[in-house]
Design a protein around this ligand. Structure first.
Ligand code: ATP
Ligand code: MG
Length: 457
């Protein structure tokens, strides 16, 4: 059973196609235009996408690029009524694996689908290749001017150069992977690869041979020697994401590899020396898992030599405005649209929201808003209902939102004038004394948070 994205504007045809695929045991997500499909791509992963070339709000090839970036594992089959070699070649050039010329029969489509799924099976092993490609991307800047993010950046600067293992913790979407990338790019291992492994995404039995590789004949199906990710990351950085999901036997092997600086392929007898920088991340509390015996204590101490704890976004509300603006600019570039602003009313909701999905959620909210927004400003009605729904912001929330927004703004202005407070006050149209006061005003109660309970101190 495969999960399939269908992007086709002709509704009756789309529905029949979906029913046929469902009868064959596949899961389908139908979309009628580019905008809906873009959202669908953010929300789930697909094995295969059938994409119509001509859509009411754009060309299917735009989606090809998007899918290529966000979901390189999705195989794309173009559907085109404008036959001709030209559009087909064009879409293949944009990364489609196949195309169907309309009109086609559903048998034809199913046949192509089977072929693509089979091909994907063959390619599953090449996931690692894609991972390498991904790691070749330059690191994006870590945005944030809150005290918390400034100290995170300072810590990154301090640890990047040393070979120490770093444990990166934080709720989902707080930027753990981004930090890992940044460390890699600032480190002396930057010439090597950054190999990322999501321990939660790979079944236990496979993870061992993914990490350590295997010799020919090590187990049924091991027809070739396979180098593991440790070997691929040699002289570079190995990033083990969601390390808490690794089962304890494998944790023991990992520890052994780290201590001896060598690994053994599954079924092998020859130790292979490795020189890697290890970074690990988790959104769970490792200390608790150690207490319940689900995470090995010895490995815990080995990986938490240095810990970078990313605070949840709600604990650094002052970063929301600057992040929102950063994402607006980013999507303006990507969507090739003229610049756009966030209205004050909308910004107030953004700053006051609790962001359970952290920066990733903010990024998605901005992208969605930009697709929906028709004017020059993102307005509250462009935001999801759960942000604006509980509409009455409490007085406390509002004060906190204004506080955070103001402080962020003042800081930006101060930065722009090299901390010349007199000049900044002039630019802001306030007196120097009220500038001082505003900088010293404590965070209103509503937004103040203790250390996050989900993180190790
Ligand atoms: N400070 C930041 N500045 C700019 N972009 C950020 C920042 N923090 C996170 N992002 C962006 O938010 C998204 C989520 O970040 P990332 O994938 O690093 O989170 P994560 O902590 O690894 O989440 P998960 O636990 O779900 O894997 C990414 O697109 C990332 O680029
Ligand atoms: Mg992550």
């Amino acid at each position: 059973m495969a999960s399939i994205l269908i992007v086709e504007d002709e509704a009756p045809f789309r529905e029949r196609f979906v029913r046929t695929l469902q009868r064959n045991g596949h899961e389908c997500r139908p979309c009628g235009d580019v905008a809906t499909a873009r959202l669908a791509v953010e929300e789930a992963d697909y094995d295969v996408a059938f994409v119509d070339l001509r859509l009411p709000d754009g060309l299917g090839t735009e989606l090809l690029e998007r899918l290529g970036e966000r979901a390189p594992q999705t195989a794309i089959i173009m559907m085109t009524a404008y036959a001709g070699l030209e559009s087909a070649v064009e879409s293949l050039r944009h990364g489609a694996v196949d195309y169907l010329e309309k009109p086609f029969s559903f048998e034809q489509a199913l046949h192509r689908l089977d072929r693509v799924l089979e091909y994907q099976g063959v390619l599953a092993d090449n996931q690692r290749l894609r991972r390498e490609l991904r790691s070749a991307e330059p690191a994006t800047d870590i945005i944030g001017t809150s005290d918390a993010m400034r100290s995170v950046q300072a810590l990154i600067d301090r640890v990047a150069a040393s070979p120490t293992t770093v444990l990166i913790t934080g709720e989902s979407g707080t930027g753990k992977e981004l930090v890992a990338r940044q460390i890699h790019h600032q480190s002396r291992h930057q010439k090597g690869r950054l190999v990322s492994v999501n321990c939660a995404a790979i079944p236990d039995q496979l993870l061992e041979s993914e990490l350590f590789g295997h010799e020919k004949g090590a187990f049924t199906g091991a027809e070739q020697v396979k180098r593991g990710l440790f070997e691929l990351a040699d002289k570079g950085t190995l990033f083990l994401d969601e390390i808490a999901e690794m089962e304890t036997n494998l944790q023991a092997k990992l520890l052994r590899a780290l201590e001896s600086r060598e690994i053994m392929r599954v079924g092998g007898t020859r130790p292979i020396p490795i020189d890697i920088r290890l970074l690990v991340a988790t959104n769970r509390r490792l200390a608790d898992l150690v207490a319940t015996g689900d995470f090995r204590e010895d490995l815990y101490y080995r990986v938490r030599v240095v810990e970078i704890a990313l605070p949840p976004l709600r604990a650094r509300a002052g970063d929301v405005a600057i992040l929102a603006r950063h994402f607006v600019q980013k999507f303006c570039r990507e969507l090739k649209r003229a610049s756009l602003g966030v209205s004050n009313a909308a910004m107030r909701y953004l700053v006051a929201y609790r962001w359970p999905g952290n920066v990733r959620e903010l990024q998605n909210v901005i992208e969605r808003a930009m697709i929906l927004c028709s004017g020059d400003w993102i307005e509250p009605e462009d935001l999801p209902a759960d942000l604006t729904g509980k509409a009455e912001l409490g007085d406390e929330d509002l004060r906190a939102a204004v506080w955070a927004y103001e402080r962020e703004h003042i800081r930006t202005v101060l930065d722009s004038v090299d901390n010349d407070r007199k000049r900044a006050a002039e630019l802001l149209g306030i007196g120097v004394s009220s500038l001082y006061r505003k900088l010293q005003e404590p965070l209103p109660e509503a937004q103040r948070e203790g250390p996050d309970p989900g993180l190790d101190a």
